[in-house]
Design a protein around this ligand. Sequence first.
Ligand code: NCD
Ligand code: ZN
Length: 345
Amino acid sequence: MTQSLTLRRPDDWHLHLRDGAMLAAVLPESARHFARALVMPNLVPPVVTGADARAYRDRILAALPEGMDFTPLMTLYLTEETDPADVARAHEEGLVAAVKLYPAGATTNSASGVRDFDAVRGVLERMAEIGLPLCVHGEVTDPAIDIFDREAVFIDRVLDPLRRATPGLRVVMEHVTTADALAYVRDHDRDLAATITTHHLVINRNHILAGGIRPHYYCLPVAKRETHRLALRVAATSGDARFFLGTDSAPHTDALKESACGCAGCFTAPNTLSILAHVFEEEGALDRLEGFASLNGRAFYRLPPNAARITLTRGAPVTCPAKIDTGDGPVTVFDPGFALHWRVT
Ligand code: NCD
Ligand code: ZN
């Protein structure tokens, strides 16, 4: 049995770092293991302009502990007022790696997102011209659609029409949770990829709802039934370069999670790599972990692979703190529900 595994340093293609005291507390958890991360722009207020992205990047770099090597790759939050020229400029300056589309109301801090997709046509066309990827939170917000169906319905109602209307637009379906989304990616060879989170490889909807409600397993898109989780594991471990890691590590304080109306998000940054090694080992695919976590994403984003390497070793159970302290209050770390044996050494 493999006891040690060396990979190029991985990148996280979907990460929430927040701001202020929370940023200071969670940033080292990602920077310890990941070389780069695509940083989500859903702050309050959101990161909309190139100037916003520059200021946020500076705050992240200022919060990075001395001696840690980590590059934040910035995103812009697409609104109906977004100026295509500002986006193009931010791209040209190397400031942003993607633009993020949130349908208004789909998830945490998405109120400034898009309602009228025609209103953002100019920006999308410009992005197609310059090759700047669009990261999509793929859920419809129609209250008539069951929450477990919102990703599948989004593909037919929004994503496919949008891609047809904007040839050449490079799209990442973020944090996919359904076999439907995997099939859509597999059927469309060009300009399309998907991120898969760590937690969606581990939990299905029973983890959230059976035997009591478990707020720390609640995230968006919500975990689906077991058949979908199994399909995600097949895709992640398949070696197909269109699928890569975006943890969607999304810290919220316990006070905000453990509430009558709890926030969506799983905080997986501290133990993501241990969990992924466990999952890939279970699937007999440890040799494909490097592709999923370190190579496929950077290829889609047209960046060089990281030169540095990390080594994971298998041994006695890994102890990970159940919570981390932040200036805003404690944040619970995602519990995979099984003992972890792989540690980053
Ligand atoms: C994210 C957050 O908290 O910002 N929450 C989540 O459940 N994933 C937003 C998002 O990515 O949808
Ligand atoms: Zn997210």
